[in-house]
Design a protein around this ligand. Structure first.
Ligand code: SDX
Length: 434
């Protein structure tokens, strides 16, 4: 059990402490590296670098383990629901009946979005990116609620509970508003008496004279999809929350930045990319074999979307749960989605192929989530915004860890400069034609 590490630079040795997490993870504490050695470490993409100590989520990529505040994801998926898991992730414990009731009431009270926010949407063309619209609407929240967004940790921590409830509830409403706006439909206002997911589905799919009443399995499936996205350690967008929060930016501003990071196709945008890939395979009349051969070329543009992961070198435990839920929901709704059959064939073929086996590439959470969202009636253009609703609790909990860390400091990574050496300014007249 190493408790210290020695760095040998030329003929000099430098000792560094080793810190250990509650699950036995170990890290060389290099916070004094530059001061003692004059050197920095270089780790493009931070794949070998711990940016923080956190108590929220533990994942073991080799064993395919994911736990939120110690509770395994498969138990939360089986017994919990999104709002309860959101409470757990934010506050560290499962809520008792009173806490669950009060948290639910907080979310219901804060479901409406300011009327002025509609003007933000109207400033976008209807074919604009829903994630850009969502990021903009969340970025505007401090303007409507300055009392919750002082950009001062001491003040913002005092109003955290309200800001957290507002963020979770309003992001959900904003996504429904964005769907209605981009589809030329009138907004549907939230109903305070509806539970979180039913209220979302109501705001998405009700019509002026016809309320949408989901069958229980649809609400259950939506709860599951959101729950499975609730947090995932220091992924790209969650690390963005911590980066922005470290400057003492308020919760809403930090979440807006995270939503932008989430939008990329290698991250939250992958669920759209998976469906586009499956649809392409279906339209080509292929069973996926040609696509797998192309994906093995390693060319970035031909990757098997929904496969591989920056951390998991085993099954993403969420992928298995979503895959099973797909079957259940599509059977209950009597939907025979050809893309599900293609996805299953792709998974079976890839998991037998040495290219994927040798690189430990398995399905991730995005591989099946699009199929389940499509079965619920959510269009592909909105898939990544659904990821944002689900991930809101994780963003909030990570912002809170940064804001409440008495030893916290602004994130300021270093770099290795590879540019031009010093040179003198050249007046325009002497610059020649080229
Ligand atoms: C999410 O971080 C998180 O936790 C994210 C997330 C969360 O909940 O927040 O889990 C959500 O973002 C899931 C990932 C969604 N993205 C995709 O499905 C896009 C497709 N997957 C990849 O592009 C890729 O697997 C990443 C980006 C997810 C991970 O990339 P890595 O770890 O940087 O892997 P790599 O690029 O170093 O690839 C290693 C090898 C390479 O081959 P060689 O150079 O060794 O020959 O594996 C190959 C890659 O070409 N590879 C793939 C592949 N992913 C990696 N080859 C084919 N298809 C793929 N999907």
């Amino acid at each position: 059990m190493p408790t210290s590490a020695i760095l040998k630079v030329d003929d000099k040795e430098y000792p560094f402490p080793v810190i250990e997490g509650t699950e036995g993870e170990k890290a060389i504490d290099t916070r004094t590296l530059r001061a003692t050695t004059g050197l920095i470490s270089y780790d493009q993409g931070y794949g070998n670098t711990g940016s923080c100590e956190s108590q929220i989520t533990y994942l073991d990529g080799d064993k395919g383990i994911l736990r939120h505040r110690g509770y395994p994801i498969d138990q939360l998926a089986q017994y919990s629901e999104f709002v309860e898991t959101a409470y757990l992730i934010i506050y560290g414990e499962l809520p008792n009946p009173k806490q669950r009731k009060e948290f639910g009431q907080l979310l219901r009270r804060n479901a409406p979005v300011e009327m002025q926010a509609q003007k933000i949407l109207e400033g976008f063309p209807t074919n604009a990116s829903p994630m850009a619209m969502l990021s903009a609407m969340v970025a505007a929240l401090p303007a409507y609620h300055p009392e919750l967004a002082a950009n001062n940790f001491e003040k913002d921590l005092k109003t955290f509970d309200l800001a957290a409830g507002m963020a979770i509830s309003k992001i959900r409403t904003m996504v429904a508003m964005i769907y209605r706006y981009t589809h030329g439909l009138p907004f549907v206002f939230p109903k305070q008496e509806l539970p979180f997911c039913d209220n979302f589905l109501h705001m998405m799919f009700s019509e002026p004279y016809q309320d949408y009443i989901p069958v229980p399995e649809v609400s259950k499936a939506l709860n599951l999809v959101l729950l499975l996205h609730a947090d995932h350690e220091q992924n790209c967008s969650t690390s963005t929350v911590r980066m922005v929060a470290s400057s003492q930016a308020n919760l809403f501003t930090s979440m807006s930045a995270a939503i932008s990071a989430l939008s990329g196709p290698l991250h939250g945008g992958a669920n759209v990319a998976v469906m586009q890939m499956l649809q392409q395979i279906h339209d080509d009349g292929d069973d996926g074999s040609r696509f797998i051969e192309a994906a093995k070329s390693g060319k970035k543009g031909s990757r098997l979307m929904g496969f591989g992961h920056a951390v998991y070198r085993n099954f993403d435990p969420r992928a298995k749960i979503v895959g099973a839920a797909c079957d259940t929901l599509l059977k209950r709704l009597g939907i025979d989605d050809p893309l599900l059959a293609i996805a299953k064939h792709l998974e079976e073929a890839a998991l037998r192929d040495d290219y994927f086996i040798s690189r430990k590439l398995y399905p991730n959470v995005d591989f099946y989530s699009g199929i389940i969202m499509r079965a619920i009636g959510i269009p592909m253009s909105m898939f990544t915004t659904m990821f944002a609703i689900g991930r809101a609790p994780g963003y909030i909990a990570n912002w809170h860890e940064v804001a409440s860390d008495p030893k916290g400091r602004i994130y300021r990574p270093r770099q290795i400069y590879q540019g031009k050496l010093a040179r003198e300014y050249v007046p325009m007249a002497l610059r020649g034609e080229k």
